[in-house]
Design a protein around this ligand. Structure first.
Ligand code: PEP
Ligand code: MN
Length: 265
């Protein structure tokens, strides 16, 4: 799958990084510059935010999309941002290179159908209580409506465990890659919920054969409007990228070994 000159689901491991929410031009431009320098390919940032409380920051909307597009012009990074509603699909598609469907929207079937004709690849996050079959059926809604360019994203699921925000289902990656041809990326930030665990979960994603990473990075996480506890500082993102390198170098061998073992029964 191609986004500009970036191939997703091929040999390259694609890194999407940036703040949970777009908060200001300065915040986004500084983050874009820093993550691009560290090797990210795509800038993330929510302009429309699905918040658990109606009293929390809901995002900057159109102004946020304009800021993301300015960051693309300045850095060359492609843009991924969430679309929450059918009525926002056209405006988000005007600014974004990849349309993100959040975990809470995985079963918004009318939104999924509308994304079938948006003309952009869609990154579909696994719902918090969705099985992998549920995720694949949602992907089929988008594909059956005319858009085969769907990227699947494992971002942790709800279990009885409370030590992490969600439980990272590491087996989701090899299972999905065995049963379908779509690229699979991991989001260690929403799985972990705390920044100290993000690099090790990212590493796990690489080792099990993910095609890329979606990770939250903020210039000053303690002051973030959303998801500050799980956001990496610029320095932490730099060191995570360095930490991943030896594992990325092992990747083709790991994939070959998996194929040689005959995949899943
Ligand atoms: C996000 O990416 O900031 C987000 C809201 O993620 P999720 O839909 O996985 O909770
Ligand atoms: Mn977030």
């Amino acid at each position: 799958m191609h986004v500009g000159d970036i191939a997703i689901g091929g040999d390259e491991f694609v890194v999407m990084a940036g703040p949970c929410a777009v908060e200001s031009e300065r915040q986004v431009l500084d983050t874009a510059e820093s993550v691009a320098k560290a090797g990210a390919h795509i800038l993330r940032g929510g302009a429309y935010k699905p918040r658990s409380s109606p009293y929390s920051f809901q995002g900057m909307g159109l102004e946020g999309l304009r800021i993301l597009s300015k960051a693309r012009d300045l850095t060359g990074l492609a843009i991924i941002t969430e679309v929450m509603s059918e009525t926002d699909v056209d405006v988000v598609a005007e600014y974004a290179d990849i349309m993100q469907v959040g975990a809470r929207s995985m079963e918004n079937f009318s939104l999924l159908e509308r994304l079938g004709t948006c003309g952009r690849p869609v990154l579909l996050k696994r719902g918090m209580t969705a099985t992998l079959e549920d995720l694949l059926r949602s992907a089929q809604y988008i594909a059956a409506s005319g858009n085969p360019d769907v990227i699947l994203c494992e971002r942790g699921i709800r279990t009885f465990e409370t030590a992490t925000r969600n439980t990272f289902d590491v087996a989701a990656v090899p299972v999905l890659k065995t049963v379908c041809h779509l690229p699979v990326i991991v989001d260690p930030s929403h799985a972990a919920g705390v920044r100290a665990l993000v690099p090790v979960l990212a590493r796990a994603g690489v080792v099990v054969g993910a095609d890329g990473l979606l990770v939250e990075v903020h210039p000053d996480p303690d002051k973030a409007a959303s998801d500050g506890e799980q956001s990496l500082t610029f320095a932490q993102f730099d060191s995570m990228m360095l930490d991943l390198e030896p594992y990325l170098n092992l990747r083709p061998n790991a994939d070959r070994r998996y194929a040689a073992a005959g995949g899943l029964d």
